[in-house]
Write a protein that binds this ligand. Structure first.
Ligand code: MRU
Length: 378
């Protein structure tokens, strides 16, 4: 039998390309994305020259993950403004590109507010476009700072919850540098634990159907030299039963006012397993992921994705296959599939929520409101 603690063939180089960058070549400004559909086989950049291209990139998950969607949305508004497109139309298209991650709308509105404030003050088109870009860059920088603070708060919390050290952490989906202006959310905590010599193992859920865990988290863990082991999502139960999980760390796409957490589908079953096995279930997300206008979990819109993602294996990420590749059927032709992109974990299953403002435990509506109020004061 294979040893689940065997050393992986790790690299030690962090990803070479940023997940997103603004560029101004002679042909005009562009938003350049690291195409996440091609990882881990190839590090290929995707150049967006207009908002429809960025919307396609968001919908195909070339760019993804809540914080990065917010940053991409903000740069998308700047792109529209700089290139002389209709900013209101850009806002509408970008905000509705995906429905669950609240950061997307937040980022879009922030850059649009920068643009409109400048217009209201009498700025010309070029100055107003620059104001949108400044707002996007600010959000990008703030997200990187929030990421570093979440990692600090998160490791302090882990050390409190697990005084023995040698943490064995289970994570789901992908929450590292690929989704952030910095080193990520949940993954950043695990990375900090690793750098402090306190990560014994990162258990990586493969995260069906689009394999963000296998393709992206394993990629980031390997690049950072972390001890990690990949498992199928449905192996998590037996891993808990074997006493191999000390804590679960996940990110979030939206946190409602009552502390309900929407995250990648498969998070809720992990929370149930964690509760049964008396293992802490910790959510790590910036306060930009909290949506006080969403009162509870039932009010969170969960994105439903094409059934084809379940009935077929699509494989642009297989070496040499390229974009648009795949479509290998794994179910009889015509099979209907249930494919929600996210699920919702109620607050009573969440041990703590770690934000850049600190950790909240127990998770209550009042506590969530206070964290948000603190972040607005900064
Ligand atoms: O569909 P995705 O890949 O965009 O889903 C991403 C997730 O669910 C992440 O866990 C979440 O955005 C938190 S990332 C910090």
């Amino acid at each position: 039998m294979a040893d689940q603690y065997a050393q992986n063939p790790v690299g030690t180089a962090p990803p070479t390309l940023p997940s997103l960058r603004w560029d101004e070549p002679p042909e005009g400004p562009v938003l350049v994305l690291l195409d996440q559909t091609r990882l881990p086989a190839e590090e290929v950049e995707l150049v967006c020259t207009d908002v429809p291209a960025l919307v396609r990139a968001i919908q195909t998950l070339a760019v993804r993950g809540a914080p990065l969607l917010g940053i991409a949305g903000a740069y998308g508004v700047a792109l529209a403004a700089v290139r002389g497109y209709d900013v209101d139309e850009a806002v509408t298209l970008l905000e509705s590109a995906r429905p669950t991650a609240v950061n997307l709308g937040h980022g879009v509105r922030r850059a649009a507010a920068g643009y409109r404030t400048a217009v209201d003050k009498g700025a010309d088109a070029e100055q107003a476009a620059r104001a949108a870009l400044v707002a996007a860059r600010e959000l990008h920088r703030e997200d990187a700072e929030a990421s570093a603070r979440m990692a600090e708060h998160g490791l302090v919390l882990l050390d409190e919850l697990l005084p023995g050290g040698g943490h064995r952490i289970l994570t789901h989906c992908n929450t590292g540098a690929l989704v952030s202006g910095g080193e990520g959310t949940a993954f950043a905590v695990a990375l900090k634990a690793h750098r402090a010599g306190r990560l014994r193992r990162l258990w990586v859920d493969e995260t069906r159907p689009l394999l963000q865990g296998a393709r992206l988290t394993a990629f980031e863990a390997a690049r950072n030299g972390m001890p990690y082991t990949l498992l199928t999502d449905n192996a998590a139960g037996s891993l808990f039963a074997a006493g191999e999980v000390d804590a679960v760390l996940i990110g979030a796409d939206r946190i409602a006012a009552d502390g309900s957490v929407a995250n990648k589908v498969g998070s809720y079953p992990l929370a149930v397993l964690a509760k049964y096995h008396h293992v802490p279930f910790v959510v790590v997300a910036p306060t930009t992921t909290v949506d006080l206008s969403t009162p509870d979990g039932a009010s969170i819109e969960v994105e439903q994705r094409p059934g084809q993602e379940v009935t077929e294996v699509t494989a642009p990420h297989v070496a040499g296959a390229g974009a648009g590749a795949g479509g290998l059927p794994v179910a009889p032709l015509g099979t209907q599939a249930y494919n929600p992109a996210f699920d919702v974990t109620p607050p009573d299953l969440v041990t703590a929520i770690v934000t850049e403002q600190g950790a909240l435990s127990p998770v209550t509506g009042a506590g969530i409101a206070e964290l948000c109020a603190r972040s607005r004061q900064v």
